[in-house]
Structures are given as structure tokens and as C-alpha cells.
Design a protein around this ligand. Structure first.
Ligand code: M7G
Length: 332
């Protein structure tokens, strides 16, 4: 952890202001999700490597219009064991409640280490109520590569995203300071070329190894990479430069150690840029999805219509409706 992060934590503690902790973890103060009442319908996906499980749950209560099945309201719950924090390790060794021997052989042995609850937290992300599209997003499926030409975008993808895309209410809530206002790291308030930089939902901000922020532009109506032209260069340059400056100032990580990119296709069609630690193998940073912001800027400087003209490649999961549309059009 850098000194600046430590300092900020100390300042927050001194202010008695829990910041993230109140809105994300303070079940005493935050409106709670009824986790213990939820029944698990299925495991959507799990990863032993990432120590993560994605659950489709159902909470008793009013049946939502878009409830996938059964009685109650659908939820997606993601449980993730959190990375170790260097400054907690000696506390963790001292305060453990039990060390149970599993096996021993010569100089080798393995144990089960049991910890008090405060040192044993699980990051829990909840989408509630969840739509069928959320369930699909997290369900493990086969994936297929699509090579989307400019024509394909006009004829297949654009009509599809106009009818289907995820609600972006959460984005508007951030931009209008109706949610996560206490988490904003940096803002350029200019309506055309400004943006808000905020920690991503995926990052618990406890360690810098998996640093993940997003920059969301104030301007509405830029759906994705496909809409960008040279007209957007001032906005993109601001996001690149001011975003990096804000991150080095707050977290001490220089721009040369950040991966700054856009997704194509994104899940949410309001332009945003991902900032992740270069050493972190962030979900969604693979070559078939991530477009480095520096390359995007360079391409638009070369040709304003670059992203309207070129073929873009991306992967779609087996039962995504867009894949079906591409198949119907004979494009897969
Ligand atoms: P994307 O490329 O549209 O889709 O990125 P992806 O989720 O498939 O990567 C949207 C980004 O916004 C992701 O990195 C999400 O983790 C993040 N995100 C999504 N939601 C609903 C929220 C939210 O409510 N708050 C914050 N801070 N980040 C979010």
C-alpha cells in the first residue's frame, strides 16, 4: 500500500467518515440485501483460481415482471475471497483462532488456518433485482468470435443495442451524484469534454494490486467506440491525461503502470474508459475486447471516421441474442 493510500485511510478514519465502507460494507447503516433469506437456484459460474462463485439466487417476495423463473425475485450474488493485505498479515497470524494440521511429511506440512470474522471477509457483489440479461452475463458459456464490419454494425448490432441494451441508470446516478458521490476520485465537470473518475464496482480499494477505476463521460449519447470521431478527441485526451494524473495523485501509481482501455462490445452503452493496474490480469482485458485508449486517440487522429469504417472483432457468448442475430444474417 502506498503512503498516499495509507494517509487517505487515516484521514478518513480521523474524520469518522467511513467512505466506501459505509456504502459498501456497513450493513448496520446501509440498506441491506436479505442474503440469509435467499435460496440458491444455481451456480452460474465458479473459478477456483479466482476464488469466486457467481450465484443465481431468489429472494422471497413480489415476483418481478422479468423474473427468470420460480416464486420470488431473481438476484445475482458474486462471492469473492479478497486478496491479502500486507499490513494485516501479522495480525492475521497472531489472532488466528485455530491451526489444524492436515498432513505432514518430512519437512512439509499443510494446515487449515481459521481466522476471526473481521479478518476473513468475503467481497459480496449483488445485482438485485437481476434481469435475465444479468443472469446470462454471468453464466459460463461457449464463446464465438464475431467480425463486425461497418455494414454489420448498421444492419445488425445498432438496431439490436437500441432495442436491448442494459439499463444505464447506475451511470446517470453517478453523473448526477445520486449514488457513489462519496467515492468520486476526480471530476472534470465540463458537459462536453468532462468526466467522472470513480472506483469500479469490481475493486474493493483495499489493495492496489487489483486497482480498477472507470472514467464515465458527462456527455450523453456516445454509445461506444463505434460512435467516436475526431470530434471526441478533446474528451478522450482529457480522460487519458487527467485520469492518469488523478490516479498518481491519489494512489501513487504512474500512468506507465496503468492499462487504460475501452471495451467493445461494452455491457453498458454510455462511453466509459477502464483504468486497471498493468500488473493485474483484469477481467475483460483480453485482445478481443480491450482497445487501448492511446491507440483509439491515435487512430482518430489519423482518420476521424476510423471506427465507423473498420471491422471490429469481439466475442459473444453462446446464448446472447446478438449472436443469434449474427447467425440469422449468416455472419457466424
Ligand atoms: P463494460 O465494458 O460496459 O462492461 O464496463 P463489463 O461489466 O462487461 O466489463 C462497465 C464497468 O462498469 C465494469 O467494469 C463494471 O464492473 C462497472 N460497473 C458496473 N456497475 C453496475 C457499476 C456500478 O454501479 N458502480 C461502479 N462504480 N461501477 C460499475
Amino acid at each position: 500500500m502506498t503512503d498516499s493510500v495509507k494517509r487517505r485511510r487515516e484521514e478518513e478514519a480521523a474524520d469518522g467518515e467511513n467512505g466506501v465502507a459505509v456504502s459498501e460494507q456497513g450493513s448496520d447503516t446501509a440498506p441491506g440485501f436479505p442474503l440469509s433469506e435467499m435460496s440458491v437456484r444455481r451456480v452460474l459460474r465458479e473459478s477456483a483460481r479466482d476464488k469466486t462463485v457467481f450465484l443465481h439466487g431468489q429472494v422471497p417476495g413480489p415476483i418481478m415482471v422479468n423474473s427468470a423463473s420460480g416464486d420470488g425475485t431473481d438476484a445475482v450474488v458474486i462471492l469473492e475471497k479478497t486478496p491479502f493485505q500486507e499490513e494485516n498479515i501479522s495480525e492475521l497470524l497472531k489472532k488466528h483462532t485455530k491451526l489444524q494440521l492436515q498432513m505432514t511429511n518430512d519437512i512439509y506440512s499443510t494446515y487449515r488456518l481459521y481466522l476471526p470474522p473481521e479478518l476473513n471477509e468475503i467481497k459480496t457483489t449483488v445485482v438485485y433485482p437481476a434481469t435475465e440479461k444479468h443472469l446470462q452475463k454471468y453464466l459460463r458459456q461457449e464463446v464465438y468470435l464475431i467480425q463486425e464490419t461497418a455494414e454489420d454494425y448498421k444492419n445488425i448490432t445498432l438496431p439490436f443495442i437500441q432495442s436491448q441494451s442494459f439499463s444505464i441508470q447506475w451511470v446517470y446516478n453517478i453523473l448526477e451524484k445520486k449514488a457513489e458521490a462519496d467515492r468520486v476520485v476526480y471530476e472534470n465537470p465540463d458537459p462536453a469534454n468532462g468526466f467522472i473518475l470513480i472506483p469500479d464496482l469490481k475493486w474493493d480499494q483495499k489493495q492496489l494490486d487489483d486497482l480498477y477505476l472507470i472514467a464515465i463521460c458527462h456527455c450523453r449519447g456516445i454509445k461506444s467506440l463505434r460512435d467516436l470521431t475526431a470530434e471526441h478527441l478533446p474528451l478522450l485526451r482529457n480522460m487519458a491525461q487527467e485520469g492518469k494524473e488523478a490516479i498518481v495523485k491519489r494512489y501513487g501509481i504512474p500512468g506507465s503502470q496503468l492499462r487504460v482501455y475501452l471495451h467493445y462490445q461494452p455491457s453498458y452503452y454510455h462511453l466509459h474508459v477502464h483504468f486497471t493496474a498493468l500488473s493485474y490480469d483484469a477481467p475483460g482485458c483480453s485482445v478481443e475486447r480491450a482497445h487501448l485508449l492511446s491507440d483509439v486517440i491515435d487512430n482518430l487522429e489519423l482518420d476521424s471516421q476510423y471506427y465507423q469504417k473498420r471491422t471490429l472483432t469481439f466475442a459473444l457468448r453462446a446464448d446472447e441474442p446478438l449472436l443469434k442475430k449474427c447467425q440469422e444474417a449468416g455472419r457466424v
